[in-house]
Design a protein around this ligand. Structure first.
Ligand code: KG4
Ligand code: ZN
Length: 338
């Protein structure tokens, strides 16, 4: 039997997700979002662990059911072992270990950030698999990196953020504007009706491949404080333009760094990954690079951008093919490098 069935489990932050893949093709990908955090304007770790604990078994059961297989057909279980919130990681890790023991099949620990990148290797007619080496702009709620990907599990970070991640820049700016958490998708939506040149925000002065977003957040806060003093309705009246201008600034920063990385490495194969790669302007900016700079670009299918277990499942599948498994005493690790 040449079919390899992998169960992927993702529980690093606030989404509980399980997916079943057959030979790298997604049969099911169930994501339970935790609505509870919206009211707090950010993820509350303690509440996240509790919700994972409650959701994990129903989510896994649903994934297996939707894949229309019997759990006895599974060849291995892949789970996120880090980076992420420790309490959240422990739920997925403990569950994956027990289930793998019960079924007597191998266990494969996956690095969440590698998972975001390896989502490009999911077998799906709506996305193309990159060839090595390629550069990946990995942008999420917790990370902002330019990664040189030499092979599936051979990745080098060329540059990363010195402070906030891009996702945090979106979320914290949105919080200042009174938008719900996570604000990224809202800013994306309002920006569509706005003028990106309406307001200017200063870009950080850091190294060629480094990022910094904490200054932008402070700049936006000052800008809002100053303008609402004279006009309490300033945000309401200008929401679309403010969102478009913030997003434009972020897109320009990302583009500049990517261009620097292409120049330094000579690599013109460009991919994006992570939750923020769901952003419509960032996707467009990357795609435009084909015409403007002669790049070959890889843009993941929308549902494989924000946290999902399909990306963990495909990473597990690639590990499985190489015969690389984890030991049963593998530890969840909150800080884990690519
Ligand atoms: O990868 P992800 O789901 O979780 C982490 O590993 O952090 O990324 C979540 C981040 C959040 O900051 C969210 O606001 C952002 O991705 N995000 C977006 C969009 N969709 C999600 N940011 C900008 N535009 C979007 N459309
Ligand atoms: Zn993520």
């Amino acid at each position: 039997n040449s079919s390899v069935y992998i169960l992927g489990i993702e529980s690093s932050c606030d989404d509980t997700s399980a997916a079943v893949l057959c030979n790298g093709k997604v049969l099911s990908n169930v994501v339970a979002n935790q609505e509870i955090h919206a009211a707090y304007g950010g993820v509350v770790p303690e509440l996240a662990s509790r919700a994972h604990q409650q959701n994990i078994i129903p989510v896994v059961q649903q994934a297996i059911q939707r894949a229309n297989i019997d759990k006895k057909q599974l060849n291995a279980i892949a789970f996120t072992r880090g980076p992420g919130l420790m309490g959240s990681l422990l739920v997925g890790t403990s569950f994956a270990k027990s289930f793998a023991q019960g079924l007597n099949i191998p266990l494969i620990g996956v690095n969440h950030m590698q998972g975001h990148i390896l989502a490009h290797f999911i077998d799906d007619e709506n996305q193309q698999k990159p060839t090595f080496p390629f550069l990946c702009l990995t942008i999420s709620g917790g990370h902002t990196q330019i990664v040189k990907v030499n092979d599936y599990f051979d990745m080098e970070i060329l540059g990363e953020t010195l402070d906030d991640a891009v996702g945090e820049a979106f979320d914290k700016s949105g919080k200042i504007l009174g938008l719900p958490y996570p604000a990224g998708p809202y800013i994306d939506k309002y920006a569509k009706q706005g003028n990106p040149k309406a307001f200017t925000f200063t870009k950080p002065k850091v190294g060629k491949l480094e990022f910094s977003f904490s200054g932008l957040k402070t700049g936006i806060l000052r800008f809002i404080q100053k303008n609402t003093k004279g006009n309490p309705n300033f945000i309401e009246e200008n929401l679309n333009d403010i969102c478009a201008s913030i997003q434009y600034t972020i897109v320009q920063i990302l583009l500049e760094k990517l261009k620097n990385a292409v120049k330094l490495t000579g690599i013109k194969q460009i991919a994006i990954a992570g939750g923020v790669s769901a952003n419509s302007e960032i996707r467009k900016m990357i795609k435009d690079g084909e015409q403007k700079y002669g790049w070959t670009t890889y843009i993941p299918k929308f549902e494989y951008t924000t946290d999902n277990a399909a990306m963990i499942g495909v990473s597990g599948y690639l590990s499985y093919q190489q015969g690389t498994y984890s030991k049963i005493d593998v530890k969840a690790t909150a800080r884990l490098k690519v």
